[in-house]
Structures are given as C-alpha cells and as structure tokens.
Design a protein around this ligand. Structure first.
Ligand code: SAM
Ligand code: DTB
Ligand code: SF4
Length: 338
C-alpha cells in the first residue's frame, strides 16, 4: 500500500508524515488501520496505582515525584485483596486488561513476591495483566514473566534530544535497557510517550522513530496528552493544539501498523470531537475507568455514551446499539442593530 513506510525510521521521515495535510495523513493512517484491525473495535485497559507518590525520580510531568510538591500523600504498596477487588470491578465494567502502576524508580527485590501474587490473582480473574514499576534488571523481568505478566509498560516519553529537558535522574539508554530485558524475558512491550510538554513536531517524530525502530516494535503504544498538574515543573506547559495530538496518533498508526495505539492520559480534556478524530486516525485502545493513576480520566458512563454515538465497541464485546444521544443543538438570538 505504502511501500516506503517501513523501518528504519528517521525523525525526518516521520516529520514529513506529521507535516502532511490532515486529510492525507488520516487517509494513510486509516488504510493502515483497516489492513490490520476492525476500525470499530477498541481495546479497554483499566489502571490502578498500587503504590502512590514519593518517587525518587524527577520526571517534570509527574505528580508522583518526591521532587515536586503537589499535595499528594505517598502511600505503601497496596494489599492484595484491594488490588483484586479493583480488578474485579474493572472486569465487570468491561475491561480486558488490568494495568498496575507503582511510583518507583525500580522495584526492590523484596517487593517482587507481593507483586507476583498480584499478577497471579489478576490473571486468575481472566484479565490480561500489565505492570509499570520503573526500571527492571534482567532477573526481575524474568520473575515477572514467570508469574504470568503479559505486558510491561515502560515509556520512552519523548525524543532522545528533548528528554534531558524533562528528566535528569534516569537516562534514555536505561529505558531502552529495561525494554530489552522485558523482551528477552518474553513479555509483550507497552511503550509510548507524552505529547504537549513544549516539544515540537520534530521531537514527536523523534519519539515515534525510536518506538518504530524497536525490533519488534511495541505491541501497545500509549500516547499520553500531558496532564498539567499544579506543583509540577510542567504545570505551565503551553497549550497543545489538539490536532497535533491527532497527527501524532495517525503517525504512530502508520509507523507501527499492528500495534494497539492507546489514547491514554489527557483524553477527558481532549473532548468528544477530538477523541473521535483520534479513533479515525487509528487509535484503538483507551484507558478505561474513572481515574488514571492519581488524576481523573474520562468517566465510564461518558465513554459508553461516546462509543454508542460513534458505533464503536469494546474488544470481545458485541457491536454497540443504535446511538441514543441526540445531536447537540444550540439556538442563538440575532441582535438587531440600528
Ligand atoms: N514509575 C514508573 C515509570 O515511570 O516507569 C511507572 C509509572 S509512570 C506514572 C508511567 C507513565 O505515566 C510515565 O512514563 C508517563 O509517560 C506517564 N505520565 C505520568 N504523569 C503524567 C502526566 N501528568 N501526564 C501524562 N502522562 C503522564
Ligand atoms: C501510560 O503511558 N500512561 C499511564 C500508564 N502508562 C501507567 C499513566 C498516566 C498517568 C497520568 C497522570 C496520573 O494520573 O498520575
Ligand atoms: Fe516516578 Fe514514574 Fe512518576 Fe517518573 S513517571 S516520577 S519514575 S512515578
């Protein structure tokens, strides 16, 4: 279909995609999407913070870093029963995957027994499992894989060139090393980044080039829109043109044709119209549930209504019923001037 759209990727090649007129970019992304997926089907992942706040890293976007004062109370590792109660509720609401996140630079070996029990318990409920615990050593990755972990989330966040503006306590290569250990251990990779941190198209292209050149590229690609949290260094990051987010999703679809491209943090703030464009641009996964890790997400009821209006359905579920939400109408009063 598009013979030149294969690795190795360069920032310049992807920037050329991002620079296309939006209808051209969406058309290419839609063709790629339809070649590999049902474009009406969306995968649902629910998130739970199993260890909140007090993190040693200084990621400039993150409300959970101990370096920033956002008024968040740091907690201990959640107990197994609470994790499983949350997983059961997520399953009942329709999620297929349960993602557990910890505000750690890296897990301590002594935490792994508790974490392994969570993986086993969540899997026994019939859910796919994902964890994001920070950097892993090879033997830790093996341990998680041995407990049945399906996916490990570890984001590259942005391009190598822009990265140093955002995080100083962990280098890009350490992230790539963790991704390598995850692959070697036989788990699927969930890896993406954040849009709207003050970067430009060339940096967004640089992130997608890194992701697309991973061999194999990630099965799951979360594209987060920065959630600006008061008290973080990125609290006053400039507004992002929402069409830039749509373009990034479309380019991610073209660069990683078979990946689940996930609309992740910041979805609520994008609004229904922009989310719809993202689904047209090839997004086919969302974080589903009323909270992300510590900030709010689009609400479950709102997502159900949106899916019905757009004729989308969750992976493994029957197609949505007829739309029941009437189109919004607004009346305006004409003002007569003399
Ligand atoms: N501590 C682990 C780590 O960083 O690898 C796992 C949890 S961390 C919260 C997971 C990801 O959430 C980050 O890599 C980042 O991409 C995303 N994230 C965190 N805060 C965010 C925010 N305010 N807006 C958008 N994405 C955010
Ligand atoms: C990812 O890429 N986004 C999720 C998940 N992986 C762990 C986290 C989003 C966090 C948004 C801000 C918060 O609630 O902490
Ligand atoms: Fe810690 Fe992860 Fe937040 Fe960075 S993104 S401060 S590593 S919890």
């Amino acid at each position: 279909m598009h013979p030149n759209q294969s690795p190795p990727w360069t920032s310049e090649r992807i920037a050329a995609l991002l620079d296309l007129p939006l209808p051209e970019l969406l058309w290419q992304a839609q063709q790629t999407h339809r070649a590999h997926f049902d474009p009406t089907e969306v995968q649902l992942s629910s998130l739970l913070s199993i260890k909140t706040g007090g993190c040693a890293e200084d990621c400039g976007y993150c409300p959970q870093s101990a370096h920033h004062d956002v008024g968040l109370k740091a907690g201990k590792l959640m107990d197994l029963d609470t994790v499983l109660a949350n997983a059961r509720a997520a399953k009942e609401a329709g999620a297929a995957r349960f993602c557990m996140g910890a505000a750690w630079r890296e897990p301590k070996d002594r935490d792994l027994d508790a974490v392994a029990a969570m993986i086993e318990g969540v899997k026994a409920l019939g859910l796919e499992t994902c964890m994001t615990l920070g950097m892993l050593k090879p033997e830790q990755a093996q341990r998680l894989a041995g407990s049945g972990l399906d996916y490990y989330n570890h984001n590259l966040d942005t391009s190598p060139a822009f990265y140093g503006n955002i995080i100083t306590t962990r280098v890009y290569q350490e992230r790539l090393d963790t991704l390598h250990h995850v692959r070697e251990a036989g788990m699927k990779v969930c890896c993406g980044g954040i849009v709207g941190m003050g970067e430009g198209r060339i940096e967004r292209a640089g992130l997608l080039a890194e992701l697309g050149n991973l061999d194999p590229y990630p099965e799951s690609v979360p594209i987060n829109a920065l959630v600006r949290v008061a008290g973080t260094p990125l609290e006053h990051a400039p507004d992002l043109d929402p069409f830039e987010f749509v373009r990034t999703v479309a380019a991610a679809r073209i660069v990683m044709p078979r990946a689940r491209v996930r609309l992740s943090a910041g979805r609520r703030e994008l609004g229904d119209g922009v989310q719809a464009l993202c689904f047209l641009a090839g997004a086919n996964s969302i974080f589903y549930g009323d909270t992300l890790l510590v900030t709010g997400n689009a609400e479950v009821d709102a997502d159900r209504a949106l899916f019905a209006r757009l004729g989308l359905h969750a992976e493994g579920m029957p197609a949505a019923p007829e739309p029941s939400v009437p189109a919004a109408r607004r009346t305006i009063a004409l003002q007569q001037s003399d």
